[in-house]
Design a protein. Structure first.
Length: 372
């Protein structure tokens, strides 16, 4: 269910060769979803993973119907989550897999709890809704029958592992990806390849402080890569063609592809919501309109103004620059200097400000020259 293919072409990803999304878009959407209750769901998944098999003894056979019904309901709920979230909401995902898998071995179950004349009707049932078991594998003597049951158990184990892995992958987005991205954005600019490598190494060195699998920044499942051509509308492109067996495998590749191409999820410093930085100019603010404002101002508009105001209030370098700017702008309005002269001064003032911030000149020299 969680297996899919993806074709990477530049900043575009074609899910299963069809739905086009940007690099980093899927991770950004998942970062925006609350996942607090998933930890409790994961505990249930781990419990079912340990118990999901054909009954072995009389006690398990007696409880088989209630257990399988609970498990079907639980996994249907997980599948519903999968189908509602990216990337699977864009794919043709089929649910109800546990019940379908059990029905592949319909001969091993009964629709009715006790042996009766109704048993003859089991043969006429195309799809079981109930899964009563009369005796477990301990009482089976037919080797062919046992081999079939063992094959069923393998399929049930695979399904349970797949569902548990998906939940771990979603939780990893919140606990590992979020923490790593906070490190990436700590300098408020795009990092070089070397800086990304150092940041990753530092993050990996802190493994001792982590308790759960979802706290680690790593892939899950398996990844296969080859190169294929993909016809997109009227043209053909050579793409990196990946086969992913899990969500975590896809997100891991998407994250580092995004870091390489500067398509990086970030939490807006103004509204607190996640957005995708798409190459170009780095910004810590998104372009969503601010709620409650009628002027159409965005987080980026107000965020930059707020940041500038804070710098002026707390940084003598910026306070001096702002006062000098106002003085020279007033001269421009009073026609005491031309537009060309004002622009020449503005460029000069920015260079002075950068020089004093890099400590290439002292503050006193900066203060004197910027006011000239």
């Amino acid at each position: 269910m969680t297996e899919f293919e993806a074709y990477f072409s530049g900043e575009k990803i074609y899910l299963n060769g069809r739905k086009c999304v940007k690099v980093g878009e899927t991770l950004t959407k998942l970062l925006s979803k609350p996942t607090g209750y998933y930890k409790e769901v994961l505990l249930f998944a781990q419990n079912y993973e340990n118990r999901l098999h054909y009954p072995e003894d009389e006690a398990e056979a007696y409880d088989s119907e209630s257990f399988f019904q609970e498990a079907i309901k639980f996994y249907a709920g997980v599948e519903d989550v999968i189908m509602r979230l990216a990337p699977y909401k864009y794919l043709e995902v089929v649910g109800n897999r546990l019940q379908d898998t059990l029905n592949e071995y319909a001969w091993a179950f009964h629709e009715y709890p006790k042996m009766s004349v109704l048993d003859d009707e089991d043969d006429d049932i195309d799809y079981h809704q109930h899964f009563y078991v009369r005796f477990g594998t301990e009482d089976m003597e037919d080797p062919d029958m046992l081999n079939e049951i063992y094959t069923l158990n393998d399929k049930l184990k695979k399904l349970a592992v797949e569902m548990r892995t998906y939940l771990e992958d979603v939780l990893r987005v919140e606990y590992a990806f979020t923490a790593f991205l906070e490190r990436i954005h700590s300098r408020n600019r795009f990092l070089t390849n070397e800086e990304i490598a150092d940041t990753l190494a530092e993050f990996e060195d802190e493994k001792k402080l982590r308790m759960y699998a979802c706290d680690y920044l790593r892939t899950s499942g398996s990844i296969q890569l080859d190169y294929k051509r993909l016809r997109i509308k009227e043209k053909t492109e050579l793409c990196e063609h990946y086969k992913f067996t899990s969500l975590g495998a896809f997100l891991y590749i998407e994250l580092f592809k995004g870091l390489e191409m500067h398509y990086i999820p970030r939490k807006c410093s103004y509204c607190g919501r996640w957005f995708l930085i798409e190459a170009g100019i780095y910004s810590e603010y998104c372009t969503r309109p601010v709620k409650g404002r009628e002027d159409g101002k965005t987080c980026r508009d107000l965020g930059h103004f707020k940041k500038y105001s804070e710098k002026i209030a707390n940084d003598p370098i910026w306070l001096t620059y702002n006062r000098a700017y106002k003085q020279h702008y007033a001269r421009l309005l009073k026609k005491k200097m031309t537009q060309a002269e004002f622009q020449k001064w503005a460029d000069y003032a920015i260079k002075l400000r950068d020089m004093v911030e890099r400590k290439k000149i002292g503050f006193d020299e900066y203060y004197k020259k910027i006011r000239e």
